[in-house]
Ligand binder design. Structure first.
Ligand code: FAD
Ligand code: UDP
Length: 471
């Protein structure tokens, strides 16, 4: 299939049968308290002036918990501690919005976009699914990614990623029609790793897909994303992607896969805004406030920022993070194939080739949880975001390799000695947590508080497995 041939517009939110049936989310479900109370807005609520600019001067002077970070980790702990234990929290965040990296909003043309890149919710944890459906309505979504990849003749092909039968056929000129044939192809391709387990992401990829797909899809994408070749990264990075013999093109294999009907920010609004036990102050940096002696009296500190920033005075080397730059463009009259209104064939198109500097392009218009205006066809243009990875900028991804892990262990030792402080979340645990893992980790920390009186994780970050484990 040549690029784009045979595509349906907009990209269908559900995978073809039988794969869509594997998703336990069958239709719109969950509660949206704000919606039930008559709020029909698509965009995030305008927050009170006190929250936005009030700073700590107008905040409570004494709380049970001071929470640094209004992302998922901080929000879950504040919500649980309030609802179950009646504890008070003050959440501060140096950004000007709630939601952390999950924050989405409606931009000027009326399209819902994520400020920090595409976010697709998926989980195998029923507890997490039950929890998130308390704060939003959700709709089923089977995320499927495409990649623009040169075939053996150098012609760009739009193929399914992770690789499935059609990917191998299009890129490598095979004619695989069954799972058995795909299995036989893999058996010929795969390079077993020498030890008991793959020592790094190159060994992991070669043992799963063999050298040809490794070269075309994984090696250079990984170099662009991490500025490291897979051999320099833990196997866990590559193990995030599934490897299948079937025609299942879904990016994730989790039981529950869904999008929040009115965006992710709505979840935080429902969790935090109407709770008298929870106060919020945005635009407040923890370290600056601490230095200025402005912090309130608190029982415990919950810190969800980067762990090395907390211990900066120790003079240890900084941990390594990857950042992203989202090059957003509004395309007023997009046309993909003959389809007006869309720029590309799917929400996410990966560019694994080393000839293109960005890693992927996200087109938000494709998702089914768009605004009413988009769904009614009133928005002609489209917003796209090209993703470039860099070492500079806000820390997004911990970089998993043995050197960074060893350094993190030193920070963790300091963290364990720090009285009255709980280090939580993607940056404080230096762990590539997906949303559901961040939520589960925070729920388990809350369990510990209830059971033992101590806010502490129940399992170590690495016990959450590599990414999802094979997705
Ligand atoms: P964060 O969301 O990072 O929240 C931490 C907050 O602390 C931030 O708001 C920060 O501003 C604040 N903070 C830090 N330091 C300070 C300070 N000194 N003072 C005050 N505030 C401070 N997960 C999925 O499941 N599916 C996806 O598709 C997916 N896509 C992703 C795409 C990208 C590009 C990235 C980066 C992540 C993605 N994730 C995805 C992961 C998801 O974003 C995280 O699991 C989640 O955001 C973790 O929440 P958190 O609260 O631990 O951290
Ligand atoms: N990856 C790749 N080629 C792709 C997609 C992913 O090599 O087309 C590798 C890359 O190293 C990436 C990792 O698999 O960092 C995990 O991919 P995922 O899509 O989960 O990354 P995220 O969405 O977290 O950036």
């Amino acid at each position: 299939m040549a690029a784009g041939e045979g595509y349906v517009f907009p990209f269908p939110p559900r995978a073809p049968a039988p794969w869509c049936d594997a998703n336990k989310v069958k239709g719109v479900c969950g509660k949206d308290k704000l919606r039930e109370s008559g709020n029909t807005a698509d965009a995030p609520l305008k927050l009170d002036k006190e929250i936005m600019t009030g700073g700590l001067a107008s905040a409570p002077k004494k709380v049970d918990l001071l929470i640094v970070g209004a992302g998922l980790s901080g929000a879950v702990i504040a919500e649980r501690c309030s609802k179950e234990l009646g504890m008070t929290s003050l959440i501060i965040d140096n950004r000007d919005h709630i939601g952390g990296n999950v924050y989405d909003y409606v931009e000027d043309h009326g399209i819902r976009v994520s400020k920090y890149g595409a976010h697709l919710f998926h989980t195998k944890y029923e507890r997490v699914w039950d929890y998130v459906t308390e704060f939003s309505e959700w709709m089923p979504y089977d995320h499927r990614v495409r990649g623009l990849v040169p075939d053996n003749d150098g012609v760009n092909r739009l193929v399914a990623i992770p690789p499935v039968q059609s990917t191998v056929n299009a890129l490598l000129g095979e004619n695989i029609q069954t799972e058995e044939e795909m299995q036989a192809w893999y058996d010929k391709q795969r390079v077993p790793f020498p030890g008991d387990e793959p020592a790094n992401s190159e060994e992991a990829a070669l043992s799963r897909v063999g050298p040809q797909l490794y070269e075309k899809i994984f090696k250079h994408y990984t170099k662009k994303q991490w500025d490291k070749y897979p051999a320099e990264l833990d196997a866990s990075v590559m193990l995030r992607l599934p490897c299948r013999t079937s025609t299942d093109e879904r990016y994730f294999a989790c039981d529950w896969q869904a999008l929040p009907v009115r965006g992710y920010t709505r979840i935080f609004e429902n969790m935090l805004l109407d709770d008298p036990n929870i106060s919020l102050r945005l635009g407040v940096d923890y370290f600056k406030a601490r230095e200025a002696g402005e912090l309130p009296e608190y029982g415990m500190l919950v810190y969800t920022g980067p762990i090395d920033a907390y211990f900066v005075q120790q003079g240890m080397p900084k941990l390594e993070y990857r950042s992203l730059h989202f090059d957003e463009e509004f395309v007023p009259e997009p046309k993909c194939q003959d389809n007006e209104g869309y720029f590309q064939e799917a929400m996410v198109v990966n560019y694994p080739s080393p000839d293109v500097k960005f890693t992927r392009i996200v087109e938000y218009k494709h998702v089914p949880n768009q605004t009413e205006a988009v769904k009614e066809g009133k928005v002609k243009g489209s917003i796209i975001a090209r993703e470039y990875s860099s070492a500079e900028g806000e820390p997004y991804y911990p970089v998993p390799n043995p050197e960074n892990q060893a350094l993190y262990e030193k920070y963790r030792a300091l963290a364990e000695k720090e009285e009255g402080v709980c280090f939580v979340g993607r940056l404080a645990s230096y762990k590539y947590f997906n949303m559901d893992q961040a939520i589960l980790n925070a729920l388990e920390i809350f369990d510990n508080l209830k059971e033992t009186g101590k806010l502490a994780p129940k399992r170590r970050p690495e016990d959450f497995g590599p990414g999802d484990g094979p997705k």
